[in-house]
Design a protein around this ligand. Structure first.
Ligand code: PGA
Ligand code: MG
Length: 231
């Protein structure tokens, strides 16, 4: 863990969490969905590690990257069409192979008992995000779940974070963003919020190089990192 900012995370009124690579390891399900889409076009499957590196920019970006990596890049209306075909496939691969990241349940309960409001802000479609969170019984403590299709601009734009804060009735300066990618950092910066990144997510760039205020090994380190930040 490396502490950088000093007092920025002390007693936030709300925490916004990214979903893929932060609260859940969804890469195996997303890989299954991508490979079903590719198989429908007679393209060979991609490996889990390849698809992991494509997650975080929303489903359309995922499809664009997957077809490019398969040597059959899609543009414009062809990408729109693949996106339409992907929608029902993606919905069939939400929870079968997806697992919670370590400590999620404990840490969400801890923050809830500490009186901190929480929300999820993801580039995943909103209904898909809600279904995953319901599957794992995590919606109880979440006052906002904002998906990429609920806003005009996906992360790294701040739109989804600001919508979640609106729903939670909290100002950006009283909030903390927790994520796994450069998009999470950029979105938090644009929204005027401090940001913590977790190791073990889907970013290709080393997390230390993404400009977060703090990097933690896992969600389980968050409560103590926030306490240390008081010193
Ligand atoms: O790329 C996606 O679909 C979702 O990614 P995120 O939950 O990390 O924002
Ligand atoms: Mg993520």
């Amino acid at each position: 863990m490396n502490v950088g900012a000093g007092r920025r995370f002390r007693s936030p009124k709300a925490i916004l969490f990214d979903l893929d690579g932060t609260l859940v390891d969804s890469a195996p399900d997303i890989t299954a969905a991508v490979n079903e889409l590719l198989a429908g076009r007679d393209l060979p499957p991609l490996r889990l590690e390849q698809v992991r590196a494509m997650i975080g920019g929303g489903v359309r970006k995922l499809i664009e990257r997957a077809f490019a990596a398969s040597g059959a890049p899609l543009l414009g209306s062809a990408l729109d069409e693949a996106n339409r075909v992907m929608a029902p496939i993606y919905r069939r691969h939400l929870t079968g192979l997806t697992r919670l990241m370590p400590g999620v349940r404990e840490v969400l309960t801890h923050f809830h008992l500490s009186g901190i409001a929480m929300g999820v802000v993801t580039n995943k479609p909103q209904l898909a995000a809600r279904e995953i969170l319901l599957h794992f019984g995590l919606t109880e403590h979440l006052g906002a779940i904002v998906g990429g299709d609920a806003v005009t601009c996906l992360k790294p734009a701040p739109d989804a974070l600001l919508l979640a804060l609106d729903q939670l009735q909290v100002e950006p300066r009283d909030t903390l963003m927790v994520g796994d990618s450069g998009a999470d950092v950029a979105a938090a910066r644009a929204a005027g919020m401090p940001v913590i990144l977790l190791r073990g997510g889907y970013t290709q760039t080393p997390v230390e190089e993404l400009g977060a205020d703090l990097v933690c090994d896992s969600l389980l380190d968050l409560p103590s990192a926030m306490l240390q930040d008081a010193t």
